[in-house]
Design a protein. Sequence first.
Length: 191
Amino acid sequence: MLIETESTPNPATVKFLPGRTVMDGGTRDFATPEEAEASPLATALFDLGDVTGVFFGRDFVSVTAAPGVEWHVLKPDVLGILMDHFTAQMPLFRAPSAGFSVPSEEAETFADDPADADIVAQIRDLIETRVRPAVANDGGDIVYRGFDKGRVYLKMQGACAGCPSSSATLKNGIEQLLRHYVPEVTEVRAV
C-alpha cells in the first residue's frame, strides 16, 4: 500500500492520501484527544503525543502537528499508523454502543430566518459546489453554520482550522465569491 502525502497551506498540517475512501459521506474533525476517542485511528494518531488535530475527508486524512514539531520526524510514525490501520481494514469509528457518540453536524449552527430561504439556498449551493471542493484539496473542510442580517457564519475544519492564511481565505476568497453571487451577503465570519 502506498500512502501519498501533500503539504497544505497550513505548515503544521500534512494531508495523507491512502488511495482509498476514508469517509463514505461527510467529514469528521478531531481537535482533542477526548474527541478522538470515537475513532481508533484518530486515537492512535493523538497517542503519538505530537499531534494536535486529525481530520477525515472523503479520501484523505489531515494531521496537524504540535507547535515546534518537525514533520520529517513525525511523518514516519503517522505513515506507520495509517498503513497499519488501512491494511488491516480496521473500522474508522468505534461502535456507538461503546459509549461514544458522533457529534451532530448541526452543533454551533445559527437558526436561519425562513424569510431568507432563497438566499440560504444560494449560499449553501455555492459553498458545496465551489468552496468545499477547493478547501478539501488543501486538506480541510468548511461547513455552513448560518446566515443572519447579511452575515454568513462558517466553520473551518482540518488543515483550514488554525491556518495562518484562513482569514485571508475567508475574507478575500469566500466572502468575495459569496458577495458577487449573493448581493445580500455583507460579511463572512468564522465560528
